[in-house]
Ligand binder design. Sequence first.
Ligand code: TXA
Ligand code: MG
Length: 351
Amino acid sequence: MTTTRVLRVDPLQPDPTALAEAAEVLLRGGLVAFPTETVYGLGAAALDRQAVRGIFAAKERPATDPVIVHLPDLTGLHQLTDDPPPGLDALAAAFWPGPLTLIVRRGPGVPAEVTAGGDTVAVRVPAHPVARALLLAANVPVAAPSANRFSRPSPTCAEHVLTDLDGRIDLIIDGGPTQVGVESTIVDLTRHPPQVLRPGGVAVEALRGLLPDLEMVARFGAESQAAPAPGQFVRHYAPATPLHVFEGAPATGRLALFRLAESLLAQGNRIGLLAFAEDLGALPAGLFEWIEPLGPESDPSFAAQRLYAALRTLDAAGLDVLFARLPEPVGLGLALRDRLIRAADGKVHRA
Ligand code: TXA
Ligand code: MG
């Protein structure tokens, strides 16, 4: 058991002394959780295989799930790959720093622990000022998956990290709640055409401007264009409380949701709801015991920011069943759908 220290910093102008201390922990092979613009990451020096093993132990993450390597800018890229793909520079110029992860060929210096033995490596340049300052202070590539215990929702504030990893990591830099709230979009540039492996903070529509032949390889629902390779996707977070997600136009999806909720309520179930603002006015009285508001469906950025905290809250509320309506697969809505459908174990009610 390690004592986990928490250093609070200003999210926009983090104290250099705190960051120097955190960088030192990383360079000694320790584990530091830090805020990125998407979710908190659990960092270790990426080229130090022993340190990277520590990430997997702390998270109880299966060694078969590779981790993303974070850089402050493109100058360190040569440490990770010998042949950056042709499209990378333009994508980097347009979207880095930011919530985009690119899969490239793995260079010889990258330990197998980072890539789960594979011949590709995931690279990201995060935009959060604290993440950037930490990466610059450490001056080494930093491997960082989300800083949650495996099978828990990704952490969007330091308290979530502490709940999951207290006593298992050296340090948490608390830079307040994260802005985007869902993880980065992952694009595999080693495939032709390039493929979205995970929708996230950068909208797929925006990427298509530079990658017109970009393919979606979603595992669930209508956005799926190809079957995923077996074993490619690890089981993801699912709340202990069963979650039902509903597809369909807002009005019909809502009706189907209410109908099932009514019958479950009649059987004595206590029901929680993730609700868009558009749904709140239509709620029958007394149907839902607990409601977590997600803001307007028309602007899903608030829903993305709130989603994981809302799921943690609902899951801790002692309810029998949770309900959510899926937003349209547009912009950030695509990432929201992906996370909700995974949390529902892949099962979707279609109205
Ligand atoms: O926003 C984010 O991406 C956050 C912050 C901390 O940067 N990180 C994050 O990491 O979400 P993680 O480990 O929770 O998710 C990384 C995903 C995993 O699903 C993993 O399978 C995939 O990236 N991945 C990593 N390396 C890969 C590779 N070489 N090929 C394909 N997928 C890869
Ligand atoms: Mg994760």
